[in-house]
Design a protein around this ligand. Structure first.
Ligand SMILES: CC(C)(COP(=O)(O)OP(=O)(O)OC[C@H]1O[C@@H](n2cnc3c(N)ncnc32)[C@H](O)[C@@H]1OP(=O)(O)O)[C@@H](O)C(=O)NCCC(=O)NCCS
Length: 314
Protein backbone atom coordinates (compact mmCIF):
# COMPACT_ATOMS: atom_id res chain seq x y z
CA UNK A 1 0.00 0.00 0.00
CA UNK A 2 1.57 3.31 -1.08
CA UNK A 3 1.12 6.22 1.32
CA UNK A 4 1.93 9.65 -0.09
CA UNK A 5 2.29 12.84 1.99
CA UNK A 6 0.97 16.17 0.76
CA UNK A 7 2.18 19.15 2.78
CA UNK A 8 0.09 22.34 2.90
CA UNK A 9 0.18 24.58 0.88
CA UNK A 10 -1.37 22.17 -1.62
CA UNK A 11 -1.21 22.80 -5.34
CA UNK A 12 -4.62 23.68 -6.76
CA UNK A 13 -5.08 20.34 -8.54
CA UNK A 14 -4.47 18.32 -5.32
CA UNK A 15 -6.69 20.70 -3.39
CA UNK A 16 -9.52 20.23 -5.92
CA UNK A 17 -9.12 16.43 -5.94
CA UNK A 18 -9.21 16.18 -2.13
CA UNK A 19 -12.07 18.66 -1.76
CA UNK A 20 -14.15 16.66 -4.20
CA UNK A 21 -13.27 13.31 -2.55
CA UNK A 22 -14.13 14.62 0.93
CA UNK A 23 -17.32 16.25 -0.37
CA UNK A 24 -18.43 12.90 -1.83
CA UNK A 25 -17.60 10.94 1.33
CA UNK A 26 -18.78 13.36 4.03
CA UNK A 27 -21.55 15.11 2.09
CA UNK A 28 -23.14 17.94 4.10
CA UNK A 29 -20.88 17.16 7.07
CA UNK A 30 -17.83 18.46 5.22
CA UNK A 31 -16.78 22.08 5.48
CA UNK A 32 -14.10 22.75 2.82
CA UNK A 33 -11.22 24.95 3.94
CA UNK A 34 -9.71 26.29 0.69
CA UNK A 35 -7.76 29.01 2.53
CA UNK A 36 -6.15 26.46 4.81
CA UNK A 37 -5.26 24.17 1.89
CA UNK A 38 -3.73 27.17 0.07
CA UNK A 39 -1.47 27.86 3.06
CA UNK A 40 -3.25 30.72 4.87
CA UNK A 41 -2.62 29.11 8.27
CA UNK A 42 0.91 27.96 7.55
CA UNK A 43 2.40 30.25 10.22
CA UNK A 44 0.09 28.78 12.86
CA UNK A 45 -0.24 25.11 11.94
CA UNK A 46 1.69 22.42 10.13
CA UNK A 47 -0.84 20.51 7.95
CA UNK A 48 -0.11 17.24 6.17
CA UNK A 49 -2.47 15.03 4.22
CA UNK A 50 -1.54 11.35 4.22
CA UNK A 51 -3.07 9.71 1.17
CA UNK A 52 -3.28 6.06 0.21
CA UNK A 53 -2.69 5.74 -3.53
CA UNK A 54 -3.73 3.01 -5.91
CA UNK A 55 -2.57 3.51 -9.47
CA UNK A 56 -2.84 7.27 -9.86
CA UNK A 57 -5.91 7.62 -7.61
CA UNK A 58 -6.31 8.64 -3.99
CA UNK A 59 -8.40 5.97 -2.26
CA UNK A 60 -7.98 6.96 1.40
CA UNK A 61 -6.91 10.04 3.39
CA UNK A 62 -6.03 11.41 6.80
CA UNK A 63 -5.42 15.10 7.50
CA UNK A 64 -3.03 15.86 10.37
CA UNK A 65 -2.74 19.35 11.86
CA UNK A 66 0.12 20.03 14.27
CA UNK A 67 -0.01 23.23 16.29
CA UNK A 68 3.14 25.30 15.75
CA UNK A 69 2.77 27.09 19.11
CA UNK A 70 2.26 23.77 20.92
CA UNK A 71 3.87 21.10 18.73
CA UNK A 72 3.09 18.47 21.37
CA UNK A 73 -0.57 18.67 20.18
CA UNK A 74 -2.15 17.56 16.91
CA UNK A 75 -5.58 16.84 15.51
CA UNK A 76 -6.71 14.36 12.90
CA UNK A 77 -9.53 15.04 10.46
CA UNK A 78 -10.78 13.85 7.06
CA UNK A 79 -10.09 10.18 7.88
CA UNK A 80 -11.83 8.70 4.85
CA UNK A 81 -11.67 5.66 2.58
CA UNK A 82 -13.56 5.34 -0.69
CA UNK A 83 -16.53 2.99 -0.06
CA UNK A 84 -15.31 0.28 -2.45
CA UNK A 85 -11.94 0.05 -0.63
CA UNK A 86 -13.23 -0.13 2.97
CA UNK A 87 -12.44 -3.03 5.31
CA UNK A 88 -8.95 -3.57 3.87
CA UNK A 89 -7.00 -1.77 6.59
CA UNK A 90 -6.48 1.51 4.71
CA UNK A 91 -7.63 3.82 7.52
CA UNK A 92 -5.70 1.74 10.06
CA UNK A 93 -2.50 2.02 7.98
CA UNK A 94 -2.90 5.77 7.50
CA UNK A 95 -3.46 6.21 11.25
CA UNK A 96 -0.33 4.15 12.00
CA UNK A 97 1.80 6.18 9.58
CA UNK A 98 0.48 9.54 10.86
CA UNK A 99 0.86 8.56 14.53
CA UNK A 100 4.45 7.42 13.81
CA UNK A 101 5.18 10.71 12.05
CA UNK A 102 3.78 12.75 14.96
CA UNK A 103 5.70 10.63 17.46
CA UNK A 104 8.96 11.20 15.54
CA UNK A 105 8.39 14.95 15.96
CA UNK A 106 8.06 14.53 19.77
CA UNK A 107 4.28 14.85 19.63
CA UNK A 108 2.42 13.98 22.81
CA UNK A 109 -1.34 14.17 22.42
CA UNK A 110 -3.52 13.56 19.38
CA UNK A 111 -7.19 14.44 19.15
CA UNK A 112 -9.94 13.54 16.72
CA UNK A 113 -13.70 13.48 16.75
CA UNK A 114 -16.13 10.89 15.56
CA UNK A 115 -19.75 9.97 15.94
CA UNK A 116 -19.38 7.09 13.48
CA UNK A 117 -19.23 3.71 15.31
CA UNK A 118 -17.27 2.08 12.43
CA UNK A 119 -14.61 4.78 12.67
CA UNK A 120 -14.62 4.70 16.48
CA UNK A 121 -13.73 0.99 16.45
CA UNK A 122 -10.76 1.71 14.19
CA UNK A 123 -9.62 4.61 16.41
CA UNK A 124 -9.91 2.58 19.61
CA UNK A 125 -7.92 -0.23 18.02
CA UNK A 126 -4.99 2.13 17.37
CA UNK A 127 -5.07 3.45 20.93
CA UNK A 128 -7.52 6.37 20.98
CA UNK A 129 -9.76 6.69 24.04
CA UNK A 130 -13.01 8.65 24.20
CA UNK A 131 -12.92 11.69 26.49
CA UNK A 132 -15.71 12.12 29.03
CA UNK A 133 -19.12 13.13 27.68
CA UNK A 134 -17.94 13.87 24.15
CA UNK A 135 -17.22 12.49 20.69
CA UNK A 136 -13.61 13.58 21.19
CA UNK A 137 -11.03 10.81 21.21
CA UNK A 138 -7.48 11.32 22.48
CA UNK A 139 -4.37 9.26 22.01
CA UNK A 140 -1.67 10.17 24.47
CA UNK A 141 1.67 8.96 23.20
CA UNK A 142 3.91 6.95 25.50
CA UNK A 143 0.66 5.43 26.80
CA UNK A 144 0.26 8.03 29.55
CA UNK A 145 -3.31 8.01 30.94
CA UNK A 146 -5.29 11.01 29.62
CA UNK A 147 -5.88 12.26 33.19
CA UNK A 148 -2.14 12.37 33.89
CA UNK A 149 -1.51 14.18 30.61
CA UNK A 150 -4.21 16.75 31.49
CA UNK A 151 -2.78 17.32 34.99
CA UNK A 152 0.68 17.89 33.59
CA UNK A 153 -0.42 19.94 30.58
CA UNK A 154 -2.55 22.31 32.68
CA UNK A 155 -0.16 22.35 35.64
CA UNK A 156 -0.62 25.71 37.41
CA UNK A 157 1.93 28.36 36.42
CA UNK A 158 1.88 32.07 35.73
CA UNK A 159 -0.87 33.50 33.55
CA UNK A 160 0.92 34.76 30.46
CA UNK A 161 -0.78 37.08 28.02
CA UNK A 162 -4.04 37.74 26.22
CA UNK A 163 -3.82 37.81 22.43
CA UNK A 164 -6.32 38.27 19.62
CA UNK A 165 -7.53 34.80 18.56
CA UNK A 166 -5.96 33.16 15.51
CA UNK A 167 -5.74 29.75 13.81
CA UNK A 168 -3.04 28.97 16.40
CA UNK A 169 -6.02 28.09 18.58
CA UNK A 170 -7.40 25.52 16.08
CA UNK A 171 -5.82 22.50 17.82
CA UNK A 172 -4.90 24.01 21.19
CA UNK A 173 -8.56 24.69 22.03
CA UNK A 174 -9.52 21.00 21.85
CA UNK A 175 -8.06 19.84 25.21
CA UNK A 176 -9.23 23.10 26.81
CA UNK A 177 -12.83 22.78 25.60
CA UNK A 178 -12.96 19.04 26.35
CA UNK A 179 -11.88 19.57 29.97
CA UNK A 180 -14.87 19.19 32.31
CA UNK A 181 -15.26 22.76 33.54
CA UNK A 182 -17.42 23.58 36.58
CA UNK A 183 -19.12 26.45 34.67
CA UNK A 184 -22.03 24.94 32.67
CA UNK A 185 -21.88 27.56 29.88
CA UNK A 186 -18.39 28.09 28.53
CA UNK A 187 -19.45 30.65 25.95
CA UNK A 188 -22.99 31.92 25.42
CA UNK A 189 -22.05 33.53 22.07
CA UNK A 190 -21.14 30.14 20.59
CA UNK A 191 -23.48 27.83 22.54
CA UNK A 192 -20.47 26.07 23.98
CA UNK A 193 -21.17 24.04 27.10
CA UNK A 194 -18.99 22.24 29.62
CA UNK A 195 -18.53 18.49 29.20
CA UNK A 196 -19.34 18.23 32.92
CA UNK A 197 -22.98 18.81 31.98
CA UNK A 198 -23.44 18.48 28.23
CA UNK A 199 -22.23 16.10 25.52
CA UNK A 200 -19.72 17.75 23.17
CA UNK A 201 -20.17 16.34 19.65
CA UNK A 202 -17.40 18.38 17.94
CA UNK A 203 -13.63 18.17 17.87
CA UNK A 204 -12.08 19.60 14.71
CA UNK A 205 -15.40 21.45 14.34
CA UNK A 206 -14.74 23.56 17.44
CA UNK A 207 -12.43 26.15 15.89
CA UNK A 208 -14.86 26.88 13.02
CA UNK A 209 -17.35 28.08 15.65
CA UNK A 210 -14.88 30.80 16.66
CA UNK A 211 -14.12 31.56 13.01
CA UNK A 212 -17.84 31.94 12.29
CA UNK A 213 -18.08 34.52 15.06
CA UNK A 214 -15.55 36.59 13.12
CA UNK A 215 -17.78 36.24 10.04
CA UNK A 216 -20.58 37.72 12.20
CA UNK A 217 -18.29 40.72 12.86
CA UNK A 218 -17.17 39.51 16.27
CA UNK A 219 -13.77 38.75 17.76
CA UNK A 220 -12.20 36.22 20.07
CA UNK A 221 -9.30 36.32 22.48
CA UNK A 222 -6.87 33.73 23.77
CA UNK A 223 -5.22 33.51 27.17
CA UNK A 224 -1.91 31.63 27.08
CA UNK A 225 0.04 30.75 30.21
CA UNK A 226 3.76 31.26 30.84
CA UNK A 227 4.48 28.01 29.00
CA UNK A 228 2.57 29.27 25.95
CA UNK A 229 -0.34 26.86 26.45
CA UNK A 230 -3.86 27.98 25.67
CA UNK A 231 -5.74 28.16 29.00
CA UNK A 232 -8.70 30.45 28.26
CA UNK A 233 -10.90 31.84 25.48
CA UNK A 234 -13.28 34.78 25.32
CA UNK A 235 -15.56 36.20 22.63
CA UNK A 236 -17.31 39.48 21.87
CA UNK A 237 -19.88 40.23 19.20
CA UNK A 238 -22.29 43.10 18.56
CA UNK A 239 -25.97 42.10 18.56
CA UNK A 240 -28.25 45.08 17.94
CA UNK A 241 -26.85 47.80 20.20
CA UNK A 242 -25.14 45.56 22.76
CA UNK A 243 -21.77 43.85 22.92
CA UNK A 244 -22.42 40.27 23.96
CA UNK A 245 -19.37 38.77 25.61
CA UNK A 246 -18.38 35.63 27.43
CA UNK A 247 -15.39 33.45 28.15
CA UNK A 248 -13.89 30.76 30.31
CA UNK A 249 -10.55 29.42 31.47
CA UNK A 250 -9.22 26.10 32.63
CA UNK A 251 -9.96 25.98 36.40
CA UNK A 252 -6.22 26.16 37.23
CA UNK A 253 -6.13 29.57 35.50
CA UNK A 254 -9.41 31.07 36.72
CA UNK A 255 -7.51 34.10 38.09
CA UNK A 256 -6.87 35.06 34.47
CA UNK A 257 -10.56 35.23 33.51
CA UNK A 258 -11.11 38.92 34.41
CA UNK A 259 -8.11 39.98 32.29
CA UNK A 260 -9.34 37.86 29.41
CA UNK A 261 -12.86 39.30 29.66
CA UNK A 262 -11.48 42.83 29.83
CA UNK A 263 -9.93 42.26 26.39
CA UNK A 264 -13.41 41.38 25.12
CA UNK A 265 -14.84 44.51 26.79
CA UNK A 266 -12.12 46.71 25.30
CA UNK A 267 -13.07 45.39 21.86
CA UNK A 268 -16.58 46.78 22.47
CA UNK A 269 -15.31 50.22 23.54
CA UNK A 270 -16.42 52.81 21.02
CA UNK A 271 -18.98 50.42 19.54
CA UNK A 272 -21.43 50.49 22.42
CA UNK A 273 -22.01 51.39 26.06
CA UNK A 274 -24.00 48.22 26.70
CA UNK A 275 -22.38 44.88 27.45
CA UNK A 276 -24.29 41.67 27.97
CA UNK A 277 -23.68 38.08 28.86
CA UNK A 278 -25.67 35.20 30.27
CA UNK A 279 -25.02 32.23 32.46
CA UNK A 280 -26.99 29.98 34.79
CA UNK A 281 -28.13 31.72 37.97
CA UNK A 282 -26.29 29.19 40.11
CA UNK A 283 -22.90 29.78 38.44
CA UNK A 284 -21.55 31.74 41.39
CA UNK A 285 -18.04 31.90 39.92
CA UNK A 286 -19.11 33.71 36.75
CA UNK A 287 -21.49 35.84 38.79
CA UNK A 288 -18.56 37.02 40.94
CA UNK A 289 -16.25 37.66 37.99
CA UNK A 290 -18.84 39.56 35.94
CA UNK A 291 -19.98 41.53 39.02
CA UNK A 292 -16.37 42.66 39.50
CA UNK A 293 -16.40 43.88 35.91
CA UNK A 294 -19.51 45.97 36.67
CA UNK A 295 -22.25 43.69 35.34
CA UNK A 296 -25.65 43.73 37.06
CA UNK A 297 -28.68 41.46 36.58
CA UNK A 298 -31.45 42.95 34.47
CA UNK A 299 -33.77 39.98 34.02
CA UNK A 300 -34.13 36.40 35.11
CA UNK A 301 -35.99 34.95 32.21
CA UNK A 302 -34.12 35.44 28.93
CA UNK A 303 -33.62 31.71 29.08
CA UNK A 304 -35.62 29.80 31.64
CA UNK A 305 -32.50 28.95 33.57
CA UNK A 306 -30.32 31.96 32.86
CA UNK A 307 -29.96 35.45 34.11
CA UNK A 308 -28.93 38.23 31.81
CA UNK A 309 -26.38 40.71 33.05
CA UNK A 310 -25.36 44.00 31.61
CA UNK A 311 -22.84 46.66 32.32
CA UNK A 312 -23.80 50.28 31.88
CA UNK A 313 -21.57 53.29 31.63
CA UNK A 314 -18.67 52.01 29.57
C1 LIG B 1 -14.29 4.94 8.96
C2 LIG B 1 -13.51 4.63 7.72
C3 LIG B 1 -12.48 5.74 7.50
C4 LIG B 1 -12.76 3.30 7.91
O1 LIG B 1 -11.93 3.10 6.78
P1 LIG B 1 -11.38 1.65 6.38
O2 LIG B 1 -10.27 1.87 5.43
O3 LIG B 1 -12.48 0.79 5.95
O4 LIG B 1 -10.84 1.14 7.80
P2 LIG B 1 -10.04 -0.21 8.07
O5 LIG B 1 -10.12 -1.08 6.87
O6 LIG B 1 -8.72 0.13 8.60
O7 LIG B 1 -10.90 -0.82 9.24
C5 LIG B 1 -12.26 -1.12 9.03
C6 LIG B 1 -12.58 -2.54 9.38
O8 LIG B 1 -11.91 -3.40 8.47
C7 LIG B 1 -11.15 -4.36 9.20
N1 LIG B 1 -9.93 -4.66 8.45
C8 LIG B 1 -8.76 -4.02 8.50
N2 LIG B 1 -7.87 -4.60 7.68
C9 LIG B 1 -8.51 -5.62 7.10
C10 LIG B 1 -8.14 -6.58 6.15
N3 LIG B 1 -6.91 -6.60 5.64
N4 LIG B 1 -9.09 -7.45 5.73
C11 LIG B 1 -10.32 -7.43 6.24
N5 LIG B 1 -10.74 -6.53 7.16
C12 LIG B 1 -9.83 -5.66 7.57
C13 LIG B 1 -10.81 -3.66 10.48
O9 LIG B 1 -10.50 -4.61 11.49
C14 LIG B 1 -12.10 -2.93 10.74
O10 LIG B 1 -13.02 -3.85 11.29
P3 LIG B 1 -14.21 -3.43 12.25
O11 LIG B 1 -15.30 -2.94 11.35
O12 LIG B 1 -14.57 -4.64 12.99
O13 LIG B 1 -13.71 -2.33 13.12
C15 LIG B 1 -14.41 4.49 6.47
O14 LIG B 1 -15.46 3.61 6.81
C16 LIG B 1 -14.99 5.80 5.98
O15 LIG B 1 -14.38 6.48 5.16
N6 LIG B 1 -16.19 6.18 6.47
C17 LIG B 1 -16.84 7.40 6.06
C18 LIG B 1 -16.08 8.60 6.54
C19 LIG B 1 -15.99 8.63 8.03
O16 LIG B 1 -16.98 8.47 8.74
N7 LIG B 1 -14.77 8.89 8.54
C20 LIG B 1 -14.51 9.03 9.94
C21 LIG B 1 -14.70 10.43 10.25
S1 LIG B 1 -14.53 10.70 11.93
Amino acid sequence: MEVKRFTVPLDSSTSTTLTSLWGDIFGGGYDPLPGLYAGEEIHCNDDTIFACIEGSSIIGTLHMTISRKTPSLAGFGEVATLPEYRGRGIATSLLDVAIGCFESKDGRALFLGSGNPAAQRVYERVGFLRLQNSNIFARILSDMPADDFYSEYFEPCGAGEVLAGSPSERIDMIPLLAFPSPSPILDCNLNLFSTTYTHQPSCMGLYPKYESLRQRGGEFFALRNDKGRLVGLATAVMVDDACWMDGFTHPSFSDGLPTLLRAAMDWGTGKTVRYRTKFPVDDSFKQTVFSQLGFRPISADILEWCSEYFCAGR
